[in-house]
Design a protein around this ligand. Structure first.
Ligand code: SAM
Length: 219
């Protein structure tokens, strides 16, 4: 079993990454602090570990990726996590983004569509001593049994905003979701002002792996 070590070298690289994210426009000190405190290399395959502090997405198996740090920071900043927020993440992947949400004080529910990733990440987070609520299934339908949520984060590119996700948000809640075609998506922040009123804000383009499932892309 791989020994998890966080050396001065890793810490130094993380500091440089945080400085880069700041330069690229990330302003939230709490988000930058969480990225500075969480060893991203723990979430990497041993063959790729030397790349862990590059501002890039990397493969995590099953054709999926750990998101680029800038993307993680951008989406997390849009969510504006408050201590105790109940947050649903669609697309657990490596568990890195979910761990950032956890470090920020959220009560995290996260769902993954690829069984092998779900199983591996569940085991790994247990080893790290990070306890959150992990599920295997189609997150394009949300996770109705634990709804409503203060915040919902989709970490895969969706063709549409799934209705189920808006339904499962509390009034006052926020959904952050990249929507577009298979190649690139616009980051959206949807705020549920009342049961009938949704305020929609559009941000930059990003390139995510596709959201699959009922309200996602067909394989
Ligand atoms: N948040 C992840 C991390 O920190 O490593 C990165 C996510 S990766 C860019 C997108 C993830 O969404 C993949 O693991 C993929 O299997 C998952 N996914 C795609 N469609 C899904 C669905 N319908 N329900 C749940 N997860 C889904």
């Amino acid at each position: 079993m791989l020994k998890l070590e966080d050396t001065y070298l890793h810490k130094g690289k993380r500091k440089a990454l945080v400085a880069l994210l700041r330069e690229k426009g990330i302003k939230s000190e709490s988000v930058l602090e969480a990225i500075n405190n969480l060893p991203r290399h723990f979430f990497f395959d041993s063959a790729l570990i030397s790349h862990a502090y590059e501002d890039k997405a990397f493969p995590i198996g099953e054709g999926q990726t750990i998101s680029q740090p800038y993307t993680v920071a951008f989406q997390t900043e849009l969510l504006d996590i408050q201590q105790g927020d109940k947050v649903l993440e669609i697309g657990t992947g490596s568990g890195y983004q979910a761990s950032i949400l956890h470090l920020l004080g959220a009560e995290v529910y996260t769902i993954e569509y690829q069984k092998k990733l779900y199983e591996g990440t569940k085991r790994f987070l247990g080893r790290l001593g990070i306890h959150m609520n992990l599920f295997y299934g189609d997150g394009s339908e949300g996770l109705p049994s634990y709804a409503p949520y203060d915040k919902i984060l989709v970490t895969a590119g969706a063709p549409i905003v799934p209705n189920a996700l808006l339904k499962q948000l509390k009034v006052g809640g926020v959904l952050v979701i990249p929507v577009g075609d298979r190649r690139r998506q616009t980051m959206l922040r949807l705020t549920k002002k009342s049961e009938k009123q949704i305020v929609r804000e559009e941000f930059d383009w990003f390139a995510f792996v596709p959201l699959l499932g009922k309200d996602g892309w067909k394989r």
